[in-house]
Each structure stands twice: as structure tokens, then as C-alpha cells.
Design a binder for this molecule. Structure first.
Ligand SMILES: [Fe+2]
Length: 371
């Protein structure tokens, strides 16, 4: 029962909690406000945030350049701006991409060189700027994790800056900000959180505390995500935000296992949204692991069924998510390349597996997912 658990983030949760942004005044006088190119601007959220900051004596500098799957170059550009404008802290406003970019920028604002120097575990040289996270999706959990996942085109994969020091100082989780999230993104980001919860549950770094959060996140998503496809209401949104937050707490400790790594190339090469890639792979990965003794009992415990693959496919079907690799443009001849890349992309995840996996095992899973 020995375990280590650390979550130093101050969390405000609940509808209307955006007003707690006034607390940002304890972080400094000027903020770099990091967000995507569309949603926060068009919805008026960016202006709302800026006006709360201004009312509390905080100057904000906009950085609205974040793309889906943010690149090293974008983070480095933001880092330069934060240094030039002498920002005291960084706000990530948006989905996982914006929050992860904000974390990367906070690192580069005070650490020399490029972002690639900080990929890996605990590589920071200097303390970074404080980060405040305001998620507008219910999926990533990045508001309570020590990871910034950034796209490295040079290495043709996603890379991770992992450090307990990049955990946001403050997270404001206001479910009302997710109300206008389109259905397809609600489904895919919700399944990203589902994947965090289940992968975290099976990780060799899971402990009795993370298991509680995994179970609760899984139950909330199974129960409340499908109805959101039919009816958009604040109480369902609140349940989903809670689930994503719980699942973030899980992976902050456990990391993910192979589903995430196997999905990287589906996102980078086939344009599949991060959560949709995880959702597509889940039935086949869990179906495969469900046949192994060491995972059987745990999967039954958390999914409350022995028909693992079927039940996950059913969930994806209810969410109108793609069910096979063929559907998303993968060709049969691509499968070998995918398996080879998975070996590399799952390097860290393989350390959290209870069984060894080889390229042929990845190929088998991809083949199953292809049909
Ligand atoms: Fe994820």
C-alpha cells in the first residue's frame, strides 16, 4: 500500500467559477494569455477573461497562435514573447493544446535554449513562471497534470515535458465554458478522459487513490457522455468536466499505457483528433489485454463486463466515433509502419505495462482495429 501522491494545484470547480480568476493577482501584474486561433476569440471568452484580469490590475498580452497538436516552434515563439514582454505568469485558456502550450511557454520564459532540451523527465534548469489553467473542453485533464505534450515534427512524434514544477498553480474548471463545445469534440475529448482513466487504472504506477478517481471517471463518462449527444445541458456538462478532472488526477500519477502512444501516429499522419484516436484503439487494445491473465480481473472490475471489446465498441458507436482504422484512411500496407512507430511512441508507456510487448503484438492490435 506504499505510494506517493502529490497535487499542489489549487482548484476551483463549478459553474461560474471563472470569477475566481481574480486570484490571479497573487501571481503577478502581467499575464501572457495563451489560447487557440478561434474559439476563445469568437465566443467572447477571451474578452471576458481580459476584463476580469484588468479589473484586478493585471495587464494581459495575447498569444492566440495555438494550433491543434501544438508544435515546438509555436511554444518557442510564445516563450520569446513572454520574455520580451516580461510576463509574470502564463494563462492557458482552451483545450489541452492551449494549456500544454502555456506550460511549455512558462518553461522557456525562464530557461535557456529551445524546448527540445526539456523533453523528458525533470529536465528544467530554473524555476518556471507560474501557470494558471482554464480548460474549455472536458477531456485533457492537463489543468492537473505535470505534462506538456508537444508535437516535434523533426522527430515525427509527440514529445513530453514532464515535471512536477509545471503543474498549474491554479486551475479554474468552469463547466459552463464547455457548453458550446460541438458534439464531435465533446465525444472525442470525453473519450480522451475515459482513456486516461482506464489506462491509468491498468498502469503499474496505479495506487489505491488513483483507482478511486479512475472508477469514478469511468462511471461518470459511461453514464453521462452518451446523453450529451442528444441533449446539451449544464448538469451533464458538469459531470463530464468532473470526470475529465478526475482522470487528469489519475494520469498525473500513473501516466498512460499503450493506447495513447499507439494513437500518436493516427493523429499526426491521419489527422484524427487525439481523443478520437484513443477511442478508436481502446476496444482493440483492451480486447487484447483482456485475454491476458494479469489484466483480466482489473478490466472486469472497471468495465463491469467480461465482454471488453464489445462494450467499448458499443460506447464508440453511441458517440458516433470512428470504429476502424480503415474508416479513417489507414491502408492495409500502412499497418507495419504503424506497429514500428508504436514501439518508439510507446517507449515510456511500455515501462508501465505488466507484460512485455513487441512489434508483432502492436501489429496484431492494429490488424484487429483495421477491419
Ligand atoms: Fe490524452
Amino acid at each position: 500500500m506504499d505510494y506517493f501522491f502529490n497535487l499542489p494545484t489549487k482548484i476551483y470547480f463549478g459553474e461560474g467559477s471563472l470569477k475566481e480568476l481574480k486570484e490571479a493577482k497573487n501571481l503577478g501584474k502581467s499575464a501572457l494569455l495563451v489560447t487557440g486561433k478561434h474559439f476563445a476569440i469568437r465566443s467572447g471568452l477571451l474578452k471576458r477573461v481580459e476584463s476580469i484580469l484588468l479589473n484586478n490590475g493585471i495587464r494581459s498580452i495575447e498569444f492566440c497562435d495555438v494550433e491543434e497538436n501544438p508544435s515546438v516552434e509555436t511554444v518557442e515563439k510564445g516563450g520569446e514573447l513572454a520574455r520580451e514582454k516580461k510576463c509574470d505568469f502564463v494563462i492557458g485558456l482552451g483545450g489541452g493544446s492551449s494549456i500544454d502550450t502555456a506550460k511549455g511557454i512558462a518553461v522557456l520564459a525562464t530557461n535557456p535554449g529551445g524546448l527540445r532540451e526539456y523533453f523528458g523527465n525533470e529536465k528544467l534548469k530554473n524555476p518556471l513562471l507560474p501557470v494558471l489553467a482554464i480548460p474549455t473542453t472536458s477531456g485533457t485533464g492537463s489543468e492537473v497534470t505535470r505534462y506538456a505534450v508537444i508535437n516535434d515534427w523533426q522527430a515525427q512524434t509527440k514529445k513530453v515535458v514532464s515535471s512536477f514544477s509545471i503543474l498549474p498553480k491554479i486551475a479554474i474548471i468552469d463547466p459552463s465554458l464547455t457548453l458550446t463545445l460541438p458534439k464531435n469534440l465533446t465525444a472525442s475529448t470525453g473519450m480522451d478522459a475515459f482513456s486516461h482513466a482506464i489506462e491509468g487504472y491498468l498502469s503499474t504506477d496505479a495506487n489505491s487513490l488513483t483507482e478511486i478517481f479512475s472508477r469514478e471517471a469511468i462511471n461518470l463518462i459511461k453514464r453521462y457522455l452518451p446523453p450529451l449527444m442528444k441533449e446539451n445541458n449544464p448538469s451533464l456538462r458538469e459531470k463530464l468536466s468532473l470526470a475529465a478532472f478526475y482522470a487528469g488526477i489519475v494520469i498525473n500519477r500513473t501516466g498512460t499505457i499503450i493506447v495513447h502512444g499507439m494513437g500518436y501516429s493516427l493523429t499526426l499522419d491521419y489527422g484524427l483528433q487525439h481523443g478520437a484516436a484513443n477511442a478508436l484503439l481502446l476496444p482493440y487494445v483492451m480486447g487484447y489485454l483482456g485475454k491476458k491473465k494479469v489484466y483480466q480481473e482489473k478490466l472486469k472490475e472497471i468495465l463491469r463486463t467480461t465482454k471488453v471489446k464489445e462494450s467499448l465498441l458499443k460506447l464508440n458507436r453511441r458517440l458516433n466515433l470512428p470504429l476502424t482504422l480503415k474508416e479513417v484512411g489507414v491502408k492495409k500496407e500502412d499497418l507495419k509502419t504503424l506497429a514500428r512507430r508504436a514501439m518508439k511512441d510507446c517507449e515510456r508507456a511500455l515501462l508501465r505495462m505488466s507484460i512485455p510487448l513487441k512489434e508483432k503484438d502492436f501489429l496484431l492490435i492494429y490488424k484487429n482495429a483495421f477491419k
